[in-house]
Design a protein around this ligand. Structure first.
Ligand code: UD1
Ligand code: MG
Length: 438
């Protein structure tokens, strides 16, 4: 917390470091499109990438750059989009008819009547975009005092993207959509990433003049660039130094490409934090997973989001750890295993062919080969509690709800029926199980 007498100083420091410049802007994320090329009932921006809707990666950027407000334009599947993304700092704006990207931005005009600053516009289908690239775009826009600044990228295959058209001197002339580009224009390998900074009043002036594109029956936001230039306003470009950030996800192939890049970023981060990943090519770890140092992840392992794993664990090969699981230090989860919404205490071993669902397992417990918690009765999921130091023999089935006391021993092949409470230290044998007190 900054004391009021120091506020001036903070503002000065922010101006010097560029932070203040970054803070004074609002954002629009275009997310109303149908995503026709995905051939899906799910709105395009909700397709998950490493366990998160793709639009969340774009929202991360506006949040991290402290956008004063982010307007998300929804249309196709609006209610689904609203319900699926975190609404923190977000205002949803409905685009009732999908009339193109220019029309989508027009829907926000009413909310920006008194705003005279910079508008950052992004597309909800560019999940590889980086915060640093957008920060550079904002900085260039402010420094050049342009009316608009467009992020571009030089790509090997410009197929499907809007092309950047420049004159002989290299100055920007227009953004031409593929369908409207001449042969010469379509040969350009500089493309429009779909990220722009605009001075808001200039943008809304230009939007009034955008005409319907007769080929696509849409109003193109990209037409504003030519209109601003024709009116004598300054429009700048920033060429991204990383072409990867430009990927717009329009098809299932693009989705797989984005997934591969984000998956690699996630794995690299875990390795930098001291986790051994024996075979990154066959390891799938979603976002929001924390793994302690010196844990080893063996091949063909899948770890979903919202999982925590301690230090010095051994996971896999062929392990599947699902959301909500909490794994303590030095736990071993071996081959052909699944752990779901389960907590496992430090030093617990579960080395072969087992399933733990909705279970709380204490420390130093042994889960034998083939042990199964039968947590679902066809209607409801039930909990299993296995206390510290218990030993569950091979092929035992624990029909939840069930409690196994500390240091109890459940024999091989035992079926512990539901509502059983095995006391601490007891021996359990037979089918159905019989409890032998110590
Ligand atoms: C758009 C750009 C193109 C750029 C590319 C980058 C236009 C006209 N073209 O093409 O220059 O190279 O992105 O990826 O802007 N949307 C709405 N309402 C609509 C239509 C679209 O909100 O009526 C949203 C979509 O949900 C999407 C974004 O706008 O998030 C872009 O639309 P999309 O159809 O993917 O445009 P592209 O063909 O990729
Ligand atoms: Mg697109």
């Amino acid at each position: 917390m900054v004391a009021p007498e120091n506020l001036d100083l903070v503002v000065q420091v922010r101006i010097l470091t560029g932070q203040y410049i970054m803070a004074n802007f609002r954002s629009i994320i275009l997310a109303a499109g149908k995503g026709t090329r995905m051939k899906s009932d799910v709105p395009k921006v909700l397709h998950p990438i490493c366990g998160r809707p793709m639009i969340e990666y774009v929202l991360d950027i506006t949040r991290r750059l402290s956008s004063l407000k982010t307007y998300v334009v929804t249309g196709h599947g609006a209610e689904k989009v609203k319900g699926a993304i975190s609404s923190d700092g977000v205002e949803f704006v409905l685009q009732p008819r999908l009339l193109g990207t220019a029309d989508a931005v027009r829907r926000v005009e009413g909310r920006l009547k008194s705003f005279r600053g910079t508008l950052l516009i992004l597309c909800g289908d560019t999940p590889l975009l980086s915060k640093d690239t957008v920060r550079s775009l904002l900085a260039k826009h402010r420094q050049s005092k342009a009316s608009a600044t467009v992020l571009t990228a030089l790509v090997d295959n410009p197929q499907g993207y809007g092309r950047i058209v420049r004159d002989r001197a290299g100055s920007l002339v227009a953004i031409r959509e593929q369908k409207d580009a001449s042969v010469k224009e379509s040969l350009a390998n500089e493309i429009n990433v779909g990220v722009y900074c605009f001075e808001s009043y200039r943008l809304f002036e230009a939007l009034k003049k955008v005409r319907l594109n007769t080929k696509k029956k849409e109003f193109y936001l990209t037409d504003c660039i030519e209109l601003l230039l024709a009116a004598g306003h300054r429009v700048k470009t920033l060429i991204s130094d990383d072409a990867q950030v430009a990927l717009g996800v329009n098809s299932r192939g693009d989705l797989a490409q984005a997934e591969a890049v984000i998956r690699k970023r996630i794995l690299d981060k875990h390795m930098q934090n001291g986790v051994t990943i024996v075979d990154p090519i066959t390891t799938y770890i979603e976002t929001d997973v924390k793994i302690g140092a010196d844990t080893i992840i063996y091949p063909c392992t899948v770890i979903h989001s919202n999982v925590r794993i301690g230090t010095r664990c051994k996971i896999g090969p062929f392990a599947h750890i699902r959301s909500g699981s909490r794994i303590g230090n030095t736990v071993e989860i071996g081959n052909f295993t699944e752990v779901s919404r389960t907590t496992m205490g430090a030093g617990t071993l579960m080395k072969h062919f087992s399933f733990l669902g909705d279970a709380v397992v204490g420390a130093k417990t042994n889960i034998g080969a083939g042990v199964v918690t039968a947590n679902f009765d066809g209607v409801t999921k039930h909990k299993t509690k296995i206390d510290r130091g218990a030993f569950i023999g091979s092929d035992a089935i624990l029909v939840a709800p069930v409690t196994i006391g500390s240091k109890a021993l459940v024999g091989a092949g035992v079926v512990v029926t539901k509502h059983t409470k095995v006391p601490a230290g007891a021996l359990v044998r037979g089918v159905p199980a019989k409890i032998f007190k110590k």
